[in-house]
Design a protein around this ligand. Structure first.
Ligand code: AMP
Ligand code: GLY
Length: 430
C-alpha cells in the first residue's frame, strides 16, 4: 500500500526507515520530511497542519495509510478532517481524533481523566488567571519542590519545577497573568513532585486492545548528569533495566488497562499511539503525562528493536483489529544520542554544513533538523541528527553510537557524552 508519514523530525525518519522495511509498503511519502527521510522515502513539501493540502495529496497519490508523527496535527484534528470528507474517510489513520488528543493537548483534561479512571498520578489542582489569589494560597500549603504545568501544548517547555514556594508564586503569576506560554498557560496545574526514576512506555491501541512496544528512557536535560534546561530529548536507551517483568505487569494492570478502559467508558474513540511518561516511585508507576504520539528521540531507540512487520501493527491499529500482545523484540539493546546545534535549546543558527554523514557502518543515522541544499546537507533545526547504536549491553550500544558521532561534524555541534551511563551504574549496583 501507499503510505504517508506526517512530520519532519528524527521520529519521522525512524518511522520511515522501519515502515520501508515492510512487505506491505509500496510508495512511501513524508510530509514535509527532512534530508534523511528523502533517502528512504519521497518528501512532499506540505505542512502537517495543512489538512486540505494533505487530503488532496492523499487522493492524487492513492495513499491508503497515514501515520501522524507530531501532536500538533492530532490536537488540531487531522483525523476529524479526514473522517468528515467523503473522499478521505476510507483512508486508514494512525493517531487519535481531537477528543482523544486532549490526553496530550490539555494537561487538566488528562489529569481529570486519570483521576476518574483510577490511574495513579501526582496530586494536582488547576487554576486560571482569575484564580491567581487562590493559586497563591494553595501554594502556601505545598511542599517544595513544586511542579507547575501549563495546561496546553508548549513544545515540551511548559513544565517548571520550582525549588521554593516564593519562586512558584512568581512563576505561576508569570504563566497566568503574563501568559508566559501564550494560550497554553491560560490554565496552570500545580502538581505534587514525584521523586523517582522516569521511563517512557509506548502502546499502539485501537481503543479495545493494545500492543506493548519496547519501553525507553529519555534524557531531557541539555547538560550531562541531567543538568541545565529541558530539551525535546538529548538521547534515549531501550530497554530500561529497572523496568523488569514485575514492574511492567504493574504498568499494564494499573496504568495501561485502566487508560484504555477509560477511553472506551468515556466514548473516546482512539486508534493510535499512546506514549505514557511514567515515574517509578519505589517500584510503583505514576503517570507524569500522556502523549498521543511516539516520542522523539525514543522512537529512534524503540523501532530498531521491533522484530516484526511494523506496518501490520499499524494497519491493525487503524482498522480496529488489534490483538493484545507484546510486540516481538530483538535482544540487542539500543542507545540513541542526539547531536544538536550550538545554543540549543536557546537560540541557535541554521544552515551549517554537515560532514561525515556517509561514514557510519553499524550505527543507524537518523536525521532530525536537516535539509538538502544542492549536494550538501545542512542543519535546519535545534536537534539535528540522532544516532542509534546497538549491542549486547548499554555500553556496547552507546560505544557504537559515539563511534559514528566521532565522524560527523558541523560548526557548533554539541551532544551529551553520558547517555546511558546512569543505567549502567544502576545495573552495577544490583
Ligand atoms: P512533561 O513536559 O510533562 O514531560 O514534563 C517535563 C519533565 O518534568 C518530565 O519529564 C519530568 O522530568 C518532570 N516532571 C513532570 N511532572 C513531574 C512531577 N509531578 N514530579 C516530578 N517531576 C515531574
Ligand atoms: N522525548 C519526549 C517527547 O517526545 O515528548
Amino acid at each position: 500500500m501507499n503510505i504517508l508519514i506526517v512530520g519532519s523530525g528524527g521520529r519521522e525518519h525512524a518511522l520511515a526507515w522501519k515502515i520501508k522495511q515492510s512487505k506491505h509498503c509500496e510508495d512511501l511519502w513524508v510530509a514535509p520530511g527532512n534530508a534523511g527521510t528523502a533517502m528512504v522515502a519521497k518528501n512532499t513539501p506540505i505542512n502537517g497542519e495543512d489538512f486540505a493540502a494533505l487530503g488532496k495529496f492523499c487522493v492524487s497519490n492513492k495513499i491508503e495509510l497515514v501515520v501522524v508523527g507530531p501532536e500538533a496535527a492530532l490536537v488540531s484534528g487531522i483525523r476529524d478532517y479526514f473522517e468528515s470528507h467523503s473522499d478521505l474517510s476510507r483512508i486508514l489513520i494512525v493517531g487519535p481524533g481531537k477528543s482523544g488528543a486532549r490526553l496530550e493537548g490539555s494537561k487538566d483534561f488528562s489529569k481529570q481523566f486519570m483521576l476518574r479512571n483510577g490511574v495513579p498520578t501526582a496530586k494536582a489542582a488547576t487554576f486560571n488567571a482569575s484564580q491567581l489569589r487562590d493559586a497563591h494560597a494553595y501554594l502556601d500549603n505545598c511542599q517544595p519542590p513544586i511542579v507547575l504545568k501549563a495546561d496546553g501544548l508548549a513544545a515540551g517547555k511548559g513544565v517548571i519545577i520550582s525549588p521554593s514556594i516564593e519562586e512558584a508564586k512568581a512563576e505561576i503569576s508569570d504563566m497566568l497573568e503574563n501568559k508566559k506560554f501564550g494560550e497554553a498557560s491560560s490554565k496552570v496545574l500545580v502538581e505534587e513532585f514525584l521523586d523517582g526514576i522516569e521511563l517512557s512506555v509506548f502502546v499502539l491501541t485501537d481503543g479495545k486492545n493494545y500492543a506493548l512496544l519496547p519501553e525507553a528512557k529519555d534524557y531531557k536535560r541539555i547538560g550531562e548528569q541531567d543538568t541545565g534546561p529541558n530539551t525535546g530529548g538529548m538521547g534515549a536507551v531501550s530497554p530500561v533495566v529497572f523496568a523488569d517483568d514485575a514492574f511492567m505487569q504493574r504498568v499494564k494492570d494499573k496504568v495501561i488497562v485502566p487508560t484504555i478502559q477509560g477511553l472506551s467508558k468515556e466514548n473516546i474513540p482512539y486508534r493510535g499511539f499512546i506514549f505514557i511518561g511514567l515515574m517509578n516511585v519505589n517500584g510503583e508507576p505514576y503517570v507524569i503525562e500522556y502523549n498521543v504520539r511516539m516520542g522523539d528521540p525514543e522512537t529512534q531507540a524503540v523501532l530498531p528493536r521491533i522484530d516484526s512487520d511494523f506496518v501490520e501493527l499499524l494497519i491493525a491499529t487503524a482498522k480496529g483489529e488489534l490483538k493484545s500482545q507484546t510486540v516481538p523484540t530483538k535482544k540487542e539493546l539500543t542507545a540513541t544520542v542526539v547531536m544538536v546545534a550550538g545554543g540549543y535549546p536557546g537560540s541557535y543558527e541554521k544552515g551549517k554544513v554537515i560532514t561525515g554523514l556517509d561514514k557510519s557502518d553499524d550505527a543507524v543515522v537518523f536525521h532530525a533538523g536537516t535539509k538538502e541544499t544542492g549536494s550538501k546537507v545542512v542543519t535546519n533545526g535545534g536537534r539535528v541528527i540522532a544516532i542509534t547504536g546497538s549491542g549486547q549491553t548499554i555500553s556496547e550500544a552507546t560505544a557504537q553510537a559515539y563511534k559514528a558521532i566521532s565522524t560527523i561534524h558541523w560548526d557548533g555541534v554539541y551532544f551529551r557524552k553520558d547517555i546511558g551511563e546512569d543505567l549502567t551504574k544502576w545495573a552495577k549496583t544490583r
